[in-house]
Design a protein. Sequence first.
Length: 355
Amino acid sequence: MDIRIELAETLKDKPADESKLGFGHYFTDHMFVMNYDTGEGWHDARIVPYQNISLSPAAMCLHYGQEVFEGLKAYRTAEGKIQLFRPEENFKRLNQSNKRMIIPEINEDDCLEALMKLLEIEKDWVPHTDGAALYIRPFIFATDPYVGVRPADHYMFMIILSPSGAYYSTGLNPVKIYVENNYVRAVRGGTGFVKTAANYAISLAGQDEAHKQNYEQVLWLDGVERKYIEEVGSMNIFFVIDGEVITPELTGSVLPGITRKSAIEVCRSKGYKVTERRITIQEVAQAYDDGKLNEVFGTGTAAVISPVGHLKWGEKIMEINDNKIGTVSQMLYDTMTGIQWGKIEDEFGWIKEVK
Ligand SMILES: *Cc1c(COP(=O)(O)O)cnc(C)c1O
């Protein structure tokens, strides 16, 4: 793919104190952009200075939400190498999201190449502090100036980069979550498996309520029977019950997380029994009562592993593993972050280095 490159004349000052980066506040000097027009396909790939974009107030993405996105990170190793974790999986998933949202598919190899090129230019923006990384946000949205419901004819694909600190300010400390009984996040046949803005918009009310009640995240149940566990906040969820690692199977309403997939592979490689199946909140509560609920944790690119220490279901409160990080969670955290930051050998072949 031909990529036109226009470099910024002046570069921004990088945030001096990496411990105050937070998540998603700063953006680098450049971004990748390309356009789609029906008849022409994807074209005009370019890396240009990071800047505002101009859109018609009637741009379709603003009215009917035809949008998809991805999220991954670039990590700096102690030797100064910059590397990505399974990036081809993100572009593959972006195309699965595209299909569901009737957005024209992208060429996965070309987009990965564009990202590599952008990272080559923005290398210096990858944070040096342990736990901090450069968050990568590819996204596509409909731009036709038309207020009507139909798939668009014009789209923009962009990649922006944001140096970010550790996702949770509390670090690896276990989070407090409760079972959401009022709102649902997704139903089968809907868009639960798709990374699209709407899924996040509809999750905000539950999240807001949780925060008011001093909880960090909500545990989502299935939208039909409201008993099967699906996800925690915007992470996949795992349970360790009597030594067995269990995670909800991908039935269409659960997002197929790359961290989820990797955690399953890591656990299996270490000899754990891992089962993907439907699991009810009732079963989890029963395991807790029987003293068999060893661990609960969420998985996602932002936090990697997020242990759950306190789980509330109605009036029932479950304190898991004495509110401390468990053996499996710790092992997964150490293995995955070890591979990502180049501290341990990548025996799975998941790392792609930025030259
Ligand atoms: C992105 C996302 C995840 C985690 O996916 P990863 O590929 O592991 O980052 C989980 N749930 C939802 C709803 C998501 O949007």
